[in-house]
Every structure is written in structure tokens, then in C-alpha cells.
Design a protein around this ligand. Structure first.
Ligand SMILES: [Zn+2]
Length: 133
């Protein structure tokens, strides 16, 4: 990874732990076990109808594409996506088992989300032609 990206990624994790401290958590692990995270998770699942945003299967996990204060505190949900275990693993782990860096994960997520949007668009188009409206 380019040193500048490495530095930026380090900054993301540093900020994450700073924000978590502000929210009263000693670590990300402690946060994931909290009532706050549990309620955020439920709200994300509800918003997405319990389905993986990346493939449409039943969701069991929530994927973050940012770790800013508003997201961690549950003040905004738009950078969290319900996902199945398979998609979550695919976006965050390389085929060789190593973790992808934050930016690779972000890129793959965006690609998949975009593909979903195109699929929805073509679905809308088909509905349009079939109903003739
Ligand atoms: Zn999925």
C-alpha cells in the first residue's frame, strides 16, 4: 500500500478509538458487545428489510464503510449496510485470508452497491415496459 494510504488508514483507526472513547467505550470489542451497538444493528436490519444490501440474501451482520462519530453513535445509519456473512467476508478479506485495507474494502463495497443499483434500475425498466406506464 502507498505510504500515504497507510497513514490515512492508520488515522481512520485512531479516530475510531477516539470516538469510541467519547462514547464511553474502551475498545471496539466492548462497543460491539454494547446495548448501543445492538440497537443500531437492529435499526440497520429493519431499514434494509433484513436483507444483505450487497446480494439480497438474509443479513446477519452490519458492514461499516466509515467509523465517524455520528455513525458509531447511531446518529446516522447511511454508511452501514446489512450484509450476509459471505459478502462481509468477501469485501473485507482477500482470497489468501489476509485483511483488505480499508480503501480496498470501500472500493469493493461501492462496486457491489452500484451493481445492485443497476439491477434495480433494470428491474424498474422492465416493470415500466410491462405495465406500459
Ligand atoms: Zn450478501
Amino acid at each position: 500500500m502507498h505510504p500515504r494510504f497507510k497513514e490515512r488508514e492508520l488515522c481512520i483507526w485512531k479516530k475510531r478509538s477516539e470516538y469510541l472513547k467519547l462514547l464511553g467505550f474502551a475498545s471496539y470489542g466492548a462497543y460491539l458487545k454494547s446495548e448501543l451497538w445492538n440497537s443500531i444493528r437492529q435499526r440497520v436490519f429493519e431499514r434494509d428489510g433484513g436483507k444483505c444490501r450487497l446480494c439480497g440474501k438474509v443479513a446477519s451482520q452490519v458492514h461499516h464503510t466509515t467509523y465517524d462519530y455520528e455513525t458509531l453513535g447511531g446518529y446516522k445509519l447511511d454508511k452501514m449496510y446489512s450484509s450476509c456473512a459471505g459478502c462481509h467476508r468477501h469485501v473485507s478479506i482477500k482470497p489468501n485470508g489476509k485483511r483488505r485495507n480499508f480503501f480496498q474494502t470501500l472500493g469493493i463495497t461501492e462496486l457491489r452497491l452500484r451493481r445492485q443499483t443497476y439491477d434495480n434500475d433494470s428491474l424498474l425498466e422492465r416493470m415500466f415496459f410491462e405495465t406500459g406506464e
